[in-house]
Write a protein that binds this ligand. Structure first.
Ligand code: CA
Ligand code: CA
Ligand code: CA
Length: 405
C-alpha cells in the first residue's frame, strides 16, 4: 500500500500543516481507546489479526489480544484470563456486515498461578447442528524464569482447529509520544518532522493476553466465496453477581464492552464522546451509517480528500468495521507471512505496519515515512500461534532498554 514516492520536505510539511489543522491524537491500535475499557483491561481489546497460515493456506489464523502493557515481573499476577468475560470472534461470510458465525471463548476461574485455566471454545453457525465445541488449556507464564513458557497448543481432532491462549509479546509497534509531539508541532505552527526520528516503540518490552485460533478456511467461508470478514468483541454480564452462590452468567445476559476490526478506527476517527457507544455498536450499524458522519468529519478536518476518505470508508464503514481476508490470495514467508500484495488491508498479518499505512492514506499519500518504527521488538514465530514469546524478567547484568517510554 505504501508509495515509495519521495516528496520534498517542504511539500510534506505543507500538506501535513493542512492535514493537522485540528487536533488529531493517536494512542494505539485499540489499546485503552475509550473510557469504559481504560480501567477494565481484561476486556480491552488491543489488536485483531487475520491471515492465512503461511505453512498451510487452507487454514485461517484468527487472533486478538487484551490487557496490554503487562510488565514481565507481573506475568503471573496479570497473566490469567477473566472468567467473567465472554470473548467473541465475529465471522462474516455472505458479503454483508452482519456476522454469520461467532466463535465464543470463555475461561474457567484460575485456581493456581502455576496451573493452566480451561478455555471453552464454541463455534456457532446459523444451524444448531453446526455447533462445534471443545476445551483447551491456557499457557501459564512465569514471572521469575528468564525463559518464556513453552506454548501450549490444543488441536481439536474432530475439526482440525488449533487454539492458543496465553501471554505473548505485544505485537503492535508504534511511537505514540513522537507522533503526538509531531502533531503538536504542526498545531503550534512549526511543523518538525524530525520529531518522528525518535523511532522508539511504545509497546516494546510489554506482554499482552493473546487468543489465537487456526481454523480450516472451509469452516469459515460462505456465500461470499473466498472472502471473510473478521472482528472481535468482548462482553461482560449486564449485571455481574460476585457471590459464590450463583453463576454470574446465569440469567443476566451479556453486553458488549469493546470491539475491534480495522486497527485504529475507534482510536483515531471516532470523537471521544462516542467511543463507548462505538464499542457497543454492531457492524450492521456501521454499515447503516451510524458513525459515517463522524468518520468523514474527522478525516475532512484532517485534510483527507474525498478519494482517500472513500478508500478508508470502504475498509471500515461500507460493510462494517471488520478485517476482510481473501482466502484465495496466497500467503507465504516468515513471521506469519511477508509476500507482497497479500497483507493489510487484506486481513492483517503480524508484521503489518498498519499505522504507516493509515497515515499514508489519511495524508492523501503525503506522509511516506510513517513513525520510523517499522518492526516489532521481537521476531515473530514462523509457526502457530505466530506471535512472539512473552518478555521475561532479565537476568542480572542485562541492560533492559525495551520499555521505551
Ligand atoms: Ca480496546
Ligand atoms: Ca512487541
Ligand atoms: Ca510504523
Amino acid at each position: 500500500m505504501k508509495s515509495t514516492t519521495i516528496h520534498s520536505c517542504c511539500c510534506v510539511l505543507g500538506l501535513l500543516a493542512a492535514n493537522f489543522a485540528t487536533p488529531f491524537r493517536a494512542s494505539a491500535a485499540d489499546h485503552a481507546e475509550a473510557p469504559l475499557v481504560e480501567s477494565d483491561q481484561a476486556v480491552d481489546i488491543a489488536d485483531v489479526y487475520t491471515f492465512l497460515d503461511p505453512n498451510d493456506n487452507s487454514k485461517v489464523i484468527l487472533a486478538f489480544d487484551v490487557h496490554a502493557f503487562i510488565v514481565p515481573g507481573e506475568n503471573s499476577n496479570l497473566g490469567g484470563f477473566d472468567k467473567d468475560v465472554l470473548f467473541r470472534l465475529n465471522i462474516e461470510n455472505t458479503g454483508y456486515a452482519k456476522p454469520d458465525k461467532v466463535i465464543l471463548i470463555n475461561f474457567d476461574e484460575q485456581t493456581s498461578r502455576s496451573l493452566p485455566q480451561t478455555a471453552h471454545i464454541t463455534i456457532n453457525g446459523k444451524k444448531k447442528h453446526e455447533t462445534i465445541r471443545f476445551t483447551a488449556s491456557t499457557t501459564v507464564s512465569s514471572a521469575t524464569s528468564p525463559t518464556a513458557a513453552t506454548r501450549v497448543v490444543t488441536t481439536d481432532a474432530a475439526t482440525g482447529i488449533s487454539f492458543f491462549a496465553g501471554l505473548t509479546d505485544d505485537p503492535f509497534f508504534f511511537d505514540i509520544p513522537a507522533f503526538n509531539r509531531f502533531v503538536g508541532s504542526v498545531l503550534g505552527g512549526t511543523p518538525d518532522v524530525s520529531l518522528l526520528n525518535r523511532g522508539r516503540d511504545t509497546f516494546a518490552g510489554y506482554n499482552v493476553q493473546m487468543i489465537t485460533l487456526s481454523v480450516p478456511a472451509a469452516l469459515l467461508k460462505g456465500a461470499a466465496g473466498n472472502v471473510i470478514g473478521v472482528s472481535a468483541t468482548t462482553l461482560r454480564g449486564r449485571h455481574t453477581r460476585r457471590s459464590d452462590e450463583s453463576d454470574p452468567f446465569d440469567d443476566d445476559g451479556f453486553v458488549a464492552i469493546d470491539r475491534m476490526g480495522v486497527p485504529a478506527v475507534n482510536t483515531a476517527l471516532i470523537p471521544f464522546p462516542r467511543k463507548n457507544e462505538y464499542n457497543r455498536a454492531t457492524t450492521q450499524q456501521d454499515a447503516a451509517g451510524k458513525f459515517a458522519g463522524d468518520i468523514v468529519a474527522t478525516l475532512t478536518a484532517l485534510g483527507t480528500d474525498a478519494a482517500h476518505i472513500g478508500i478508508l470508508a470502504s475498509v471500515a464503514v461500507s460493510k462494517g468495521d471488520m478485517l476482510r481476508l481473501d482466502t484465495a490470495i496466497s500467503n507465504s514467508g516468515s513471521q506469519g507471512g511477508n509476500n507482497s500484495g497479500a497483507g493489510f488491508p487484506n486481513g492483517r498479518r503480524p508484521t503489518a505496519d498498519v499505522i504507516d499505512t493509515l497515515l499514508f492514506l489519511i495524508t492523501n499519500e503525503g506522509l511516506t515515512t510513517g513513525d520510523n518504527v517499522n518492526d516489532n521488538d521481537l521476531t515473530f514465530r514462523n509457526t502457530f500461534p505466530f506471535f512472539a514469546p512473552s518478555h521475561q524478567p532479565r537476568d542480572s547484568g542485562v541492560i533492559d532498554d525495551n520499555t521505551r517510554n
